[in-house]
Design a binder for this molecule. Structure first.
Ligand code: ADP
Length: 402
């Protein structure tokens, strides 16, 4: 019987899962990955094996909204058909916010759960959805060990100054500071980079996580020293539908002059801005690339995205005191050669030279010459959750071996 870990990543209407074999001493091995989407309506369930072969693909036409609880119950039932071969031993959860308290993954007990609930106001759009499956599992499978793995924890290495806003001290004492996100992705890149280039991995690197959410992280010797996201996942780069950095004065303008409620302003900044807001067409880079030659709004949105990435990289290079490498990851970073080429072109001042052929074929090394190196490396946040879950639970020897 092989022990397996279940990794869960819950959103407002979705539940993504991956199942990993965990054998003594070996890296967790992906067995199945799947998704429940459209929760709250007619949900869609799909599960694939590690090679991407679809094992089940079904729409739940229940005629009533389906819940996260039903999805979890369904997942447990689906997994139970394999109980002769594979036994779930723990669940690792992606939790967006660990605040200042959690600088490492944590085994969830009642007191941890309460402390995570206190952090809901720091990430009101994400944290409640991340915590819901934890609560459901505690109720339905109270013996199942659960581990919370945080998007913020990787950035706890940053200096006090790097995380400080120029606000009154009481605000900092309340926890109003830069936290940074996408930490599970940066943890993964940091963990594999030396396999690509040990010299670069030990030095100054900017990782560009460019997906529907987007941020940059400055790594010095594999450790985060600065990042573009701040108090919330709204800061920094423009994203699919999020604005990235805007002057806080814009928010007062929306509230006072446009009479928006705080909730309406929040929705505008989170869901109607970014590539979608500027293009008026789509938040999807593929759609914008397909239209850029014929639609000035698509072209403008892409130009703004690239311009802001290059500017923010300049800021991180200053924080690092120089740069030996850049890594592109996330849906856009991994797949959109045009964005990578435009960013590298904008970084010519830092000595980067693009290897055009390598870039078109996906690298992984896409720079040439003696200057800093550029890489394309697919991220794997779920593997980091599996690694962290295993590592935390290895302190409970009856559960799992490290
Ligand atoms: P999330 O932040 O939700 O995890 P992803 O990392 O999956 O998002 O990235 C989604 C983005 O990646 C979308 O903007 C999508 O257009 C872009 N993307 C995915 N594949 C390609 C591709 N082949 N070419 C260009 N962009 C792509």
């Amino acid at each position: 019987m092989v022990p397996v870990l279940i990794v869960l990543n819950a959103g407002s209407s979705s539940l993504k899962f991956q199942v990993f074999d965990v054998l003594d001493g070996a890296e967790p091995q992906l067995v199945w990955k799947g998704l429940y989407e459209g929760l709250g309506g007619n949900a869609h369930f799909v599960v694939k094996d590690a090679g991407g072969i679809v094992l089940r693909d079904e729409i739940w036409d229940e005629g009533r909204p389906t819940s996260h609880e039903e999805a979890l119950t369904h997942l447990v039932a689906w997994l139970s058909q394999f109980r002769e071969e594979r036994q779930p031993v723990a669940i690792g959860h992606r939790v967006v916010h660990g605040g200042e308290i959690f600088s490492a993954p944590a085994i969830v007990d009642e007191s941890v759960l309460q402390r995570l609930e206190v952090l809901v106001p720091l990430a009101p759009l994400h944290q409640p959805h991340n915590l819901e499956p934890i609560r459901i599992v505690r109720r339905r499978l109270p013996e199942m060990p659960q581990v919370a793995c945080f998007d913020t924890a990787f950035h706890q290495s940053q200096s006090d100054i790097a995380t400080l806003y120029a606000l009154p001290r009481e605000m900092r004492e309340r926890g109003v500071r830069r936290y940074g996100f996408h930490g599970l992705s940066y943890d993964y890149i940091s963990s594999v980079l030396e396999g690509y280039d040990q010299h670069v991995a030990e030095r100054r690197v900017v990782v560009a996580h460019l997906g529907n959410g987007a941020s940059l992280c400055a790594l010095k010797g594999g450790v985060s020293i600065a990042t573009t996201m701040g108090f919330s996942a709204l800061d920094g780069l423009p994203m699919g539908t999020r604005c990235g950095t805007v002057d806080a004065g814009v928010v007062f303008y929306m509230l006072r002059e446009m009479s928006l409620s705080p909730g309406e302003a929040e929705r505008l900044l989170y869901t109607k801005s970014g590539l979608l807001g500027v293009s008026g067409i789509s938040n999807d880079m593929r759609t914008l690339r397909a239209r850029e030659a014929v639609d000035t709004n698509a072209k403008r949105a892409i130009e703004m995205f690239v311009y802001r990435i290059v500017r923010e990289i300049g800021s991180l290079v200053a924080a690092l005191g120089g740069i030996e490498g850049i890594v592109f990851t996330g849906g856009i970073g991994e797949n959109d050669g045009a964005t990578r080429a435009e960013v590298i072109e904008g970084l010519a001042w830092a000595g980067f030279t693009l290897d055009d052929v390598a870039n078109r074929t996906g690298g992984p090394l896409i720079s040439s010459g003696k200057g800093p190196k550029a890489w394309v490396i697919p991220t794997n946040e779920e593997l980091v959750i599996a690694r962290q879950t295993r590592s935390v639970l290895s302190t409970m020897p009856s559960r799992i071996a490290s």
